[in-house]
Design a protein around this ligand. Sequence first.
Ligand SMILES: [Zn+2]
Length: 71
Amino acid sequence: MTKNSHYLADNQTKEIHDLSNPVMDCKLEKINKEHLIFLQSNKELKEYLEKGYDGCPFCLRNHSRKAKKSS
Ligand SMILES: [Zn+2]
């Protein structure tokens, strides 16, 4: 077990969740396993954000375009 950052991307909603900071509102258990992508590093996180994924407004606010819009 490593203490690296781990993220979970949902390729259906194009949202990325931070597994080190789980929030009930994420409803991770509702994500279909077929759509899950595990990201092992911040580098991967960045790559996915550049691909058009958005951070979850609950657990990954820093990277969420949605969360930033509503001030
Ligand atoms: Zn989340």
